[in-house]
Write a protein that binds this ligand. Sequence first.
Ligand SMILES: Nc1nc2c(ncn2[C@@H]2O[C@H](COP(=O)(O)OP(=O)(O)OP(=O)(O)O)[C@@H](O)[C@H]2O)c(=O)[nH]1
Ligand SMILES: [Mg+2]
Length: 227
Amino acid sequence: VRLRIDQGLLGENDQRAETTAQYLHDKGVLGIGLLSGPGAGKTSLLEETARRWGDPSRLRAITGDVATDEDAKRLRALGVQAVQINTEYLGTVCHLEAKSVSRAVSELDLSGVDLLFVENVGNLVCPVAFRLGEHVRAVLLSVAEGCDKPLKYPKAVLETDLALVTKTDLAPHVDVTAERVTGNIRKIRPQAQVLPVSVRSGEGMDEWIAWLRNCLAALRSSGAAAQ
Ligand SMILES: Nc1nc2c(ncn2[C@@H]2O[C@H](COP(=O)(O)OP(=O)(O)OP(=O)(O)O)[C@@H](O)[C@H]2O)c(=O)[nH]1
Ligand SMILES: [Mg+2]
């Protein structure tokens, strides 16, 4: 009875997201959602991840933008199979939905794959409420956006698993330290996992890769078929 009530409460989006999450789990593929305001460094982080993962052909990406396929092209150039979703053609422009993501997942060959990234449309509000089938979600807050964004967009911190403070190499130029951004993240969520990173200096990249490997190992040890 409890299961039925829970299913009734889940919206259609969440049910589709659950199906995608289970499908990825069964294939031993970790789904990672990336959320941020426009330009905080999502695609740059994925490019650097592709360079550091060892074999970029074990990564997949679904990139969401209102228009253009620039992000998918950037990732394909590094050997990552990527599907671009343009939301201007869909009902909801400012975020991805589980339905279009599940269609994109079905276009991807997932054999021999470790990670599937879902880069959402740059927006710190709308994407938070829509699960897409990811197993974990990271929010990126760049120092260049100022230190108050965690306070202004608390759900982005509360409803994600890792907060990446990006572009730390720019801190001296924008008068914002990663420590101040981190302090504000912790005001919203004292136990938040926070990682300062920069794709320019390489700060935090080893820790980011280690976090991904840990999440992948946890997924695979929970009954998924290792690839
Ligand atoms: N200095 C510096 N610049 C960075 C870093 N990461 C990204 N950038 C720059 O920030 C700009 C935006 O980066 P993207 O990776 O395109 O950001 P995004 O979040 O994918 O952007 P959207 O998909 O449009 O929301 C680019 O000019 C990058 O070169 C970083 O760690 N340091
Ligand atoms: Mg991008």
